[in-house]
Design a protein around this ligand. Structure first.
Ligand code: CP
Ligand code: NVA
Length: 311
């Protein structure tokens, strides 16, 4: 599998396309833009500009945060749901990318197969931002890293343990966290680990990157415990069968007690309470799930400001 995108830093398709310096640029700009917004000083850098948003799957956070982000920056966002343009049925991805490039200043897309995202980026002349594919969820992880940085004042040397499925969210953590000096463990049932190419990519950055099948051992010494749904969008047919297999990987009070006492609890949401995470842990003092959700707005404004400023 090709991990790097053609014309990579024009778009945000994958965090593998960005080195540590570029990732820190996003995080620092997001922090600045968050501060500006809270103090009423948001600069209207996108007056007259439009973001086209293609959604082939449902969304709360991604849709609302991108749209609100464009509004705050003086621009506008257009929502195109699955029935609006019927990507791949009514028209090819190539034609959609080329036509939209004549109207909008950036394209944000949420798709199934990652090949659609690669295709959009290949054919669009405006920046393409990955708002989740079956393989990756880079915007989520920028918001997550911003949240960890805010709560721990550092990233370097922290141990993050992702407990659950080796999915798109886990993959984007692997693409970014080791580059920033974080140790990363994925605790998952056998057969549900990450894509081997993404795992190998993550292992080259010199921090401790592991896959474990023992969640209790994995979370020892953890600064961050992260989880996500066991069956992602598009995998609903597997949900029932996964429930039993993944039960030992539930993030509950007993599991959390094995980590550091100040361990930060994270979840990208939406959550299936009392499956991958118990409601009490999600609402506990160490949980930052709503900060993460809010930080999607700030992180994505930084991404748009960086990629779309010259468009
Ligand atoms: N975390 C996240 O991407 O949420 P939505 O699916 O609601 O956009
Ligand atoms: N892994 C989940 C993330 C949702 C934000 C999914 O793809 O459905």
């Amino acid at each position: 599998m090709t991990l790097l995108t053609e014309n990579k830093m024009k778009h945000l398709v994958s965090l593998a396309d960005y080195d540590a310096e570029a990732l820190w640029h996003f995080l620092e700009l997001a922090k600045q833009m968050k501060h500006d917004q809270k103090s009423g000083n948001t600069k209207k850098i996108f007056e007259g500009k439009t973001l086209g948003m293609i959604f082939l799957k449902p969304s709360l956070r991604t849709r609302v945060s991108f749209e609100v982000g464009m509004t705050q920056l003086g621009g506008h966002a257009i929502y195109l749901g699955p029935d609006d343009i019927k990507l791949g049925q009514r028209e090819t991805t190539e034609d959609i990318a080329k036509v939209m490039s004549g109207y909008v200043d950036g394209i944000m897309a949420r798709v199934f197969g990652h090949d659609i995202m690669i295709d959009l980026a290949k054919h669009a002349t405006v920046p393409v931002i990955n708002g989740l594919s079956d393989l990756l969820h880079p915007c989520q992880i920028l918001a997550d890293l911003l949240t960890v940085w805010e709560h721990k004042n550092q990233l370097d040397g922290l141990k993050a343990v992702f407990v659950g499925d080796g999915n798109n969210v886990a993959h984007s953590w692997l693409n970014a966290a080791p580059k920033l000096g974080m140790h990363f463990t994925l605790a998952c049932p056998e057969g549900h680990g990450p894509d081997p190419d993404i795992l190998n990519y993550a292992k080259q950055f010199g921090t401790n990157v592991e896959v474990s099948h023992d969640p209790h051992a994995a979370v020892e010494g953890a600064d961050v415990i992260y989880t996500d749904v066991w069956a992602s969008m598009g995998q609903e047919a597997e949900a029932e069968a996964k429930k039993k297999l993944f039960q030992p990987f539930q993030v509950n009070a007993e599991l959390v007690s094995k980590a550091k006492s100040d361990c930060t609890i994270m979840h990208c949401l939406p959550a299936h309470y009392d499956e991958e995470i118990t409601y009490d842990v999600a609402q506990s003092a160490n949980s930052v799930i709503y900060d993460e959700a809010e930080n999607r707005l700030h992180a994505q404004k930084a991404v748009m400001a960086t990629l779309m400023k010259n468009n």
